[in-house]
Design a protein around this ligand. Structure first.
Ligand SMILES: *Cc1c(COP(=O)(O)O)cnc(C)c1O
Length: 360
């Protein structure tokens, strides 16, 4: 079978060039006689791979020197606990924006450690929009403000960065990191699971301002303390070596493609192909507020949900895969991360038009 267009929300599509390079280097990385998977994480080969990955990421995102880049494990879900454990720093409360399923999980976990103030919420409209700044009720005493710039399940994305005064802003960028330029210094901490827009599952990235590191809640496990990873350059224990290697190849690919400004252009173009079609027809619907539609995850519905199964069944042999919406919302969802070529989005829209013609 040919490679398909994989619209999965995560683990997700990776650039074909990256997979080809990984294949070519699988048995013998650059003449060293072994696979990256078989290398000591403390050997010079792997240390070089990790250092290069960090350098390329720093360049791509223009990460300031006073921010530490950490290669962690445990997924974004572990960050839901690590954030309060590390960032409360003597305070007892934090602000959270409640904009979807992932915010909700972050909030639930934070409540184990502190008082959570819901600073903004879109629950009143089934998480279909991003609450505007004038609706936020921030607590100036909060230790930090947490939000989810792209809600992977609801398909809602913030196209602006919340202003939080002197209170550090924390972002779960799992599903839109590297999709556009980001002004890192506006954040105290950015984190992301790798399996959406970075690389394979098992690696979690964090970028943290060094001022925020070093004061944890009593009882914080060693592995949950950012300082452990800062002091040991993410090598306190065995890091997810192969994941870091693939992420490094993705960073190189992004640089070759022209960097994040270019990615943003492409991502806007791709999203427009799909949204403009969705807006042009009554046969399909899109539940998200026009101004807050995600460029990465596009939920859509068939007006007649009884056709859902048939839609998926006919999409599959055309190489259009993993379009089923999240179980909590139903309908369809097309995730169109950096690695999804515009041809894939066009092929999807072509199919949607034909399906409309034969079933509308
Ligand atoms: C996928 C996702 C998570 C969960 O990531 P894990 O790595 O599975 O823990 C958290 N937040 C967002 C925004 C996500 O898209």
């Amino acid at each position: 079978m040919e490679r398909i267009y994989n619209f999965s929300a995560g683990p997700a599509i990776l650039p074909e060039e990256v997979l080809e390079q990984a294949r070519d280097e699988m048995l013998n990385w650059q003449g060293c006689g072994m696979s990256v998977m078989e290398m000591s994480h403390r050997g010079k080969e792997f240390m070089g791979i990790a250092a290069q990955a960090e350098a390329d990421l720093r360049e791509l995102m223009a990460i300031p020197a006073n921010y530490k880049v950490l290669f962690l494990q445990g997924g974004a879900s572990s960050q839901f606990a690590m954030v309060p454990m590390n960032l409360l720093r003597g305070k007892t409360g934090a602000d959270y924006a409640n904009t979807g399923q992932w915010s909700k999980k972050a909030i639930k976990e934070a409540k184990r450690y502190c008082t959570v103030n819901i600073a903004a919420s879109s629950e009143d409209a089934n998480f279909s929009y991003a609450p505007s700044q004038d609706k936020w009720r921030l607590d100036p005493q909060a230790a930090y403000v947490h939000y989810t710039p792209n809600e992977t399940i609801g398909g809602v994305e913030f196209n602006w960065v919340p202003a939080t005064g002197d209170v550090p802003l924390v972002a779960d960028m799992s599903s839109n990191i590297l999709s556009r330029p980001v002004d890192v210094k506006r954040y105290g901490l950015i984190y992301a699971g790798a399996q959406k827009n970075i690389g394979p599952a098992g690696l979690t990235l964090a970028m943290v301002c060094e001022d925020l590191v070093g004061e944890t809640l009593p009882g914080t496990p060693t592995m949950f303390d950012y300082k452990t990873h800062v002091d040991n350059e993410s090598m306190y224990n065995t890091p997810p070596t192969y994941g870091i290697y693939i992420a490094g190849l993705v960073f190189k690919w992004l640089k070759r493609k022209g960097g994040l400004a270019k990615m943003e252009e492409l991502n806007i173009a791709k999203a427009n192909v799909l949204y403009s079609y969705l807006d042009s027809t009554e046969f399909y619907g899109c539940p998200t507020a026009t101004s807050d539609r995600s460029r990465m995850n596009v939920p859509f519905t068939l007006k007649d949900a009884a056709l859902d199964e048939e839609f998926l069944k006919q999409a599959k042999p055309r190489g259009l895969a993993q379009l089923k919406g999240h179980r909590s919302v139903g309908g369809m969802r097309a995730s169109i991360y950096n690695a999804m070529p515009i041809e894939g989005v066009r092929a999807l829209v072509e199919f949607m038009k034909e399906f409309e013609k034969s079933h509308g």
